[in-house]
Design a protein around this ligand. Structure first.
Ligand code: G3I
Length: 365
């Protein structure tokens, strides 16, 4: 089996420092001083990668790191870059994301940066409702620049805004908009783009990442309008990220997937499947049938991305490295769900073989 592998081209950058201004009227929150990493491109053949969300605390679990490096070509910190859990009085705690970036650098993998702006509790600045707009804007833009600077060498794409829409398709970024007193999309995307461009990383794609938008419907329509409107306003959105938290009993048809991916790609956007997992909990299938159905669904998602988006299908990421540490297993105590590509011991499942074969076939040797 041939996997897509990243070539790791290294160029040396001038060291730079990012120092956050401390607002006199606010508690002393300061982002860490950041030494610029070496800038290096992480190209991936044919633009495709197979990624996995990494649970930081699992990195030292037996076999986890080895399975990650052996079977994937990109990493996403599952939680390591979320604002609230890592915001400290002395600055952002980079340790979890740094540990994941080290695995990527050492192994020649790319890194998706997830996520800069999110309306859910883990994506908020602590105390943001009390901040002045000036402080709020400074905190966010400083954080974005620091993140881009720190991981510019390994980044392949960035979830700049995560889950901006509610289920009816209305934009629900009210906490951020209120705090910033500015358009959150405009501010976040332009700041990220400028920081990456300053590092020569014009190729790192900036994404909006959303769930519940794989099938036709009001939310998918709203996402389509949103990204087109943003682009028309000059906001540098490159990629539409489609989460794909599916179940064996409830998944879009392949035809629906092809139509959705094609619709966005035809507008010039790259497409990524950003959070693929497929729960095998089923009301009607036997365990063996559920496992086979899981592989079929994953194959549908990936083959539809390749067919619908063609060369604009930029990559596929699964939401967890092994079943033992997958979010769906961790977050529902007592469950024995097996939602991702590798089994508890890090061995490829039918789902993995279905996906990796498609990606390998789509990539030049
Ligand atoms: O780290 C603490 C641990 O110290 C504590 O003992 C434990 C007790 O509950 O909680 C741990 O933190 C949890 C963290 O995941 C790490 O496992 C948080 O409570 C929990 O809320 C957090 O959930 C994450 C969730 O996003 C919210 O940030 C999930 O792991 C993560 O998989 C999930 O990922 C999201 C994507 O970011 C966006 N799309 C949907 C996806 C699934 O919900």
């Amino acid at each position: 089996m041939v996997l897509v592998r990243f070539a790791f081209l290294v160029a040396v950058f001038v060291a730079a420092f990012v120092i956050t201004k401390v607002q006199a009227d606010e508690p002393a929150v300061r982002l860490a001083t950041v030494e610029a990493p070496r800038a290096a491109a992480v190209p991936h053949r044919n633009g495709m990668f197979l990624g996995a969300a990494v649970h930081g605390p699992a990195l030292d679990a037996r076999g986890y790191r080895a399975a990650l490096v052996q079977h994937f070509t990109a990493v996403t910190p599952e939680n390591g870059l979320k604002l609230a859990p890592h915001w400290r009085p002395g600055g952002f705690d980079w340790s979890e994301a740094d540990a994941i970036a080290k695995v990527a650098r050492d192994g020649g993998l790319g890194m998706r940066l997830h996520t800069l702006v999110w309306e859910q509790p883990d994506g908020l600045l602590p105390g943001m409702a009390q901040l002045s707009p000036e402080t709020c804007r400074a905190r966010l833009t400083d954080h974005i620049r620091a993140t881009m600077d720190r991981y510019a060498d390994v980044a392949v794409s960035v979830d700049v805004v995560n889950e901006p829409l509610n289920h009816r398709g209305a934009v629900t970024m009210t906490r951020w908009t209120k705090c910033l007193d500015a358009d959150v999309f405009d501010l976040a995307f332009r700041t990220a783009r400028a920081a990456l461009d300053a590092r020569g990383r014009y190729d790192v794609a900036l994404a909006i990442n959303e769930f519940g938008t794989l099938s036709p419907g009001p939310k998918t329509d709203a996402l389509w309008r949103l990204v087109r409107d943003l682009r028309a306003r000059g906001v540098p959105v490159d990629t539409v990220g489609f989460q794909a938290h599916l179940t064996v009993d409830d998944a879009p048809t392949r035809a629906q997937l092809v139509a959705t991916f094609r619709r966005f790609a035809d507008e010039g956007f790259k497409v990524e499947v950003t959070e693929l997992d497929v729960s095998v909990a089923s009301r009607r299938l036997s365990p063996a049938a559920a496992l086979a159905r899981q592989a079929q669904i994953a194959e549908d998602v990936v083959s539809a991305c390749l067919e619908g988006a063609g060369a604009r299908c930029a990559g596929v990421t699964t939401w967890g490295v092994t079943d033992a540490w997958a979010w769906r297993r961790r977050e529902v105590p007592g469950t024995r769900d097996t939602p991702v590509l590798l089994d508890e011991d890090g061995r490829p499942k039918p789902m993995y073989n279905a996906i990796s074969g498609l990606l390998a076939a789509a990539s030049p040797r």
